[in-house]
Design a protein. Sequence first.
Length: 232
Amino acid sequence: MDIRLNGLIVIVGNYGSGKTEVSINLAVNRKQAGLSVGIADLDLVNPYFRTREARTTLTDLGIQVILPPEPYLQADLPVLSPTIAGMIRESSEVLILDVGGNDVGATVLAALANAFSGKKVQMLQVVNPLRPQTNTVSGCLTLRDEIETAAQLTTTGLIGNANLIDETSVQDIYRGYEFVQSVSQESGLPLAFITVSQELLPQIDMKRFDCAVLPIARQLVPPWLKVSEFRN
């Protein structure tokens, strides 16, 4: 089952859910599907592991990367480029907004309300059940409500991203899928896709999933580790 997302896609979630890694890999997936793709770094909260860290790789793949002005790239400041509002208003096959964690990070979306006016916005909540804040269905739903209030937008779907980075097992993926299905059933929100690292893919029984799977090539790593290469 293939991922078929297009248009304006907003990626939200809790701190440590892996939403930025998901955003980067989703952008590459949509580019490899032959679509024109832009990705905007709206994480104005966390000074580490932001989309801007992968800007060279993404740009080399032909993906438009929208960042704060150059003097503020490494600053932990609430800098929102007016280019982002302009990109939202323009017609684009795929525009992914990578938003900061929790409701604090999502407040930036309320500032873009005018740009969102008249647009179909797909706001997808990344769920990593191996994180404390989202290891229960009620915790996931509470976080959803808090993000929606801060963003002044409605969540339209879920992304399952069960992972412990290098410690992730095949069973973590299977249990994570079952968990996010429970969140989907309780919330009424569709499950857009789940993620699996490229390294684990050969060990995964894809028949166990009734949704699309996004392979993850890890890009946000400490300086002493090498990033993964994207595969078609």
